[in-house]
Write a protein that binds this ligand. Structure first.
Ligand code: ADP
Ligand code: MG
Length: 289
């Protein structure tokens, strides 16, 4: 399958599951045979740490890719497993916010670097910081679509609504063709009434946007939700994806199923998604949630 997708994984809130989703959805997509690159764009470098990667001071990282126009993506990407590469970060990335300040085209550095990678990957997943600074703008500029991980909590919908509007504004200026295509429910507790209500409200909100000229008019709640599972929190201590750490866990099952529904969504022509409605939901996937 030839798909070239660059997905920015964004939520301005911390602790919602961005890094966990980038790591494990990426690993699951790689298992399905796609060539996947994970990009750690968060100065906290949690994604790199998740895989036990701690760049030495003179190792090239995402910082170099953004700041040095001679840096080459091939030299920086690290192979994690078959089909799964990582462009790592370290804490000097925090300085990128200011260091990028004076550079021409500072919003499009990541986009240019990835464009030069010559279709080496089918899918690029970008783990964004919990802020909407220049790093996140680089992600939105490079991306072809956006996934928003969230927890179905009180006020979550309000946060997502605000985030979508901000993404809409950025799209208008740096990347007009960008679309928000999926919401990933993380640490999901489907048995609670609150979670059920929040998901219902979210779906109703998205349905209400279908005819509107907004970048999230095709956005779906992706299935299945990722259940709360302690194995997902343990895996980073072992430097592994959930598939390597505990293939039999709920966490592994959920991220594999999510990867399946994401690739199914990508195979479905846009026109069909619009007609069929919830094209992201394979038969029976809802029963997990
Ligand atoms: P973010 O990147 O949005 O800040 P993380 O992916 O780092 O969020 O997740 C926050 C914390 O929650 C981490 O400790 C992570 O291990 C844990 N976590 C994420 N998803 C799950 C889950 N489905 N079940 C249990 N713990 C999870
Ligand atoms: Mg994170």
């Amino acid at each position: 399958m030839s798909i070239r997708r660059v997905v920015a994984i964004i939520n301005q809130k911390g602790g919602v599951g961005k890094t966990t989703t980038t790591a494990n959805l990426g690993a699951a997509l790689a298992r399905s045979g796609l060539r996947v690159c994970l990009v750690d764009l968060d100065p906290q470098a949690h994604l790199s740490l998740h895989f036990g990667i701690r760049p030495a001071e003179d190792d090239a990282t995402i910082y170099d890719l953004l700041l040095d126009e001679h840096a080459v993506v091939e030299d920086i990407a690290i192979k994690l497993e078959e089909g799964l590469d990582l462009i790592p970060a370290e804490t000097d990335l925090a300085a990128a916010e200011t260091d990028l300040g004076g550079l021409p085209d500072k919003q499009n550095r990541l986009r240019s670097a990835l464009a030069a990678s010559d279709n080496r990957w089918d899918v690029v997943l970008i783990d964004c910081p919990p802020s909407l600074g220049i790093l996140t703008i680089n992600a939105l500029s490079a991306a072809t679509e956006v996934f928003v991980p969230m927890q179905a909590h009180f006020l979550a919908l309000q946060g997502v609504g605000k985030l979508l509007e901000t993404v809409g504004l950025v799209c208008g200026s740096v990347n007009p063709s960008l679309r928000v295509t999926g919401i990933v429910l993380c640490m999901h507790e489907s048995q609670t009434t609150l979670a059920r209500e929040v998901v219902e409200d979210l779906k109703a909100f998205l349905e209400g946007c279908r005819e509107q000229p907004v970048p999230w008019s095709r956005c779906r709640v992706l299935t299945p939700p990722v259940r709360r599972n302690i194995k997902l929190a343990e895996a980073p201590s072992f430097g592994q994806s959930i598939l390597a750490y505990d293939a039999g866990s709920h966490g592994a099952t959920d991220y594999l199923a999510l990867a399946e529904s994401v690739t199914q969504l990508w195979r479905t022509p846009v026109s069909e998604v619009e007609v069929k409605g919830d094209a992201s939901a394979p038969e029976g996937a809802d029963s997990v949630g």
